[in-house]
Design a protein around this ligand. Structure first.
Ligand code: GLV
Length: 319
């Protein structure tokens, strides 16, 4: 009998065609999230679910579909899924690592550069007709080249960010729960140091840890107060890694110089204290949103789902 799959959102045509070759598909098909009650109702009798980070897949949702074999998340992060509950129920969970690494690292750099060189402020200045003449003292920012980059979380994306920093002749410090091989450290020119040293010495602190209980508010008031007054924080990982209220205060009171944020504690709500500040660049969680990468993510999610439904190991199960 044909397997059946619920897709909680839209899916690119190419990915959709691939999935339809292997399963009967129930597409929500629109960008608005499926309300939880609809998700539970439509999941009944399904063999597979292809979902996104805004879908909360907890024990109750999983319990709605006793025949479910796979939850395929179209994202590298999977903190929206109760993986332990899935394991207990024999459901395989997959994510989409690797295909988005370079694109996400590019975007972390875009945030870093935009915050350092005040690009968004500059754009607003031009568009609002404030630019009357060339001015010596206009919109001075901070140099990036030759500075110290601090990376918290030295997995695939953190390392891709480090690789780019070499072209800017930066000193690279990192901290992670697990130290990288010395060959990796050597190749990237990155030094493993305590978290406190990263915070104290970095000109740019960029976050690339997964979100889990241990990384909640990794950047809190104490962390922000320990940074240089010229420091810039970049977050393209997960919002709750930063205490947003503390960050808003730090930016307003200039304990640090700036921030570039793609993710927030309660998306799409943004702490009101951030919205009227010039020294923060805000983006709507788009770090992996290039055309090529979003298609690659959708294709990988479909391939993971199909593999499990056909009794094969998934390409990228969550660890
Ligand atoms: C996006 O946030 C992802 O985890 O892929």
């Amino acid at each position: 009998m044909a397997k059946s799959v619920l897709v909680s959102r839209g899916l690119e045509d190419e990915a959709r065609r691939l999935l339809e070759q292997h399963a009967t598909v129930d597409f929500h098909g629109v960008e608005d999230p499926l309300p939880r009650t609809d998700l539970i109702r439509r999941l009944q009798g399904k063999d597979g679910l292809i979902c996104q980070i805004t879908d909360t897949i907890d024990d109750e949702v999983l319990g709605a579909a006793p025949g479910l074999k796979v939850v395929s998340n179209i994202a590298v992060g999977y903190n929206n899924i109760d993986v332990a509950a899935a394991r207990r129920r024999g459901v395989i969970v997959t994510n989409t690592p690797d295909v988005l690494t370079e694109t996400t690292a590019d975007f972390a750099w875009a945030l870093l550069m935009a915050a350092a060189r005040r690009l968004v402020e500059a754009d607003r200045y031009v568009r609002t007709g404030q630019w009357k003449q060339w001015e010596w003292r206009l919109l001075w920012g901070a140099d990036v080249h030759g500075k110290t980059l601090g990376i918290l979380g030295f997995g695939r994306i953190g390392r891709a960010v480090a690789r780019r920093a070499r072209g800017f002749d930066m000193r690279i410090l990192y901290h992670d729960a697990v130290r990288a091989d010395s060959a990796v450290e050597h190749e990237l020119g990155a030094a493993f140091v305590p978290r406190e040293t990263v915070l104290r010495e970095a000109d740019f602190v960029t976050l690339h840890t997964p979100f889990m209980p241990q990384t909640r508010h990794l950047i809190d008031e104490a962390a922000l107060r320990s940074m240089k007054r010229t420091a810039i924080v970049v977050n393209a990982a997960r919002g709750p890694i930063v205490d947003e209220a503390a960050l808003a205060r730090a930016l307003r009171e200039r304990w640090i110089a700036g921030a570039g944020l793609d993710v927030f504690e309660e998306e799409p709500r943004i702490h009101p204290g951030l919205l009227d500040l010039d020294n923060v660049v805000l983006a709507p969680h788009i770090a992996s949103a290039s055309q090529e990468t979003r298609l690659a993510m959708a294709m990988l999610a479909v391939r993971n789902c199909v593999a499990v439904l056909e009794g094969n190991p998934p390409l990228t199960p969550v660890p």
